[in-house]
Design a protein around this ligand. Structure first.
Ligand code: ZN
Ligand code: ZN
Length: 180
């Protein structure tokens, strides 16, 4: 899905500032979903869109910070194009661990979206949100690992948790390892 979003963004650089939808072509000047013109600011009541790659939500003007180091603010479409040169992590590698909507983490499985969100936002958000997501991943992994067993061995469970936590930490390090 990320791949689709990216290639669509490359063919156009205009997007709705209210919902983030890409302009289908130059002859369409209003977003069909929101009814506002491409390039105009979102309504104050609108639920604002977030970047599908780094999960940052647009500001009140419907814009995101440029990733290229300037102080420019960009619509989502242009911001997505910048992610081509400024990825948040090694998504090509992460996709190799993906099967459907799940991802292999160490010896277990967890929901792909949950894990990716943790890997991306965990480095900037060191607070409660990070811990909650981390625990949700560990929970998902240990529940999957427990399927089919009739008895719950408390000590084995603790090992599972430790192993799951270690696997997630390794995943985090590998995802953010500098390439090139
Ligand atoms: Zn829209
Ligand atoms: Zn982004």
């Amino acid at each position: 899905m990320l791949g689709l979003t990216r290639s669509a963004a490359l063919s156009t650089s205009q997007s709705c500032r209210q919902c983030g939808a890409l302009q289908p072509n130059g002859s369409v000047s209003f977003c069909r979903r929101c009814g506002i013109a491409y390039g105009s600011a979102p309504s104050a009541e609108a639920q604002l869109p977030s970047c599908p790659i780094c999960y940052v939500t647009v500001d009140d003007a419907g814009l995101l910070a440029s990733l290229a180091g300037s102080s420019r603010r960009l619509p989502i479409a242009d911001h997505l194009v910048e992610h081509e040169r400024h990825p948040v992590g090694d998504d090509e590698w992460l996709e190799t661990l993906r099967v459907g909507d799940r991802i292999r983490v160490g010896g277990g499985w967890a929901p792909f979206d949950l894990v990716r969100r943790y890997l991306v936002t965990g480095v900037v958000d060191g607070g409660r949100g990070r811990q909650v997501r981390h625990d949700a991943i560990v929970m998902a992994m240990s529940q999957v690992a427990r399927w089919g067993t009739a008895e719950i061995d408390v000590f084995a469970d603790q090992d599972d948790w430790r192993a799951a936590r270690l696997a997630i930490t390794r995943l985090m390090e590998r995802y953010h390892r500098a390439r090139g």
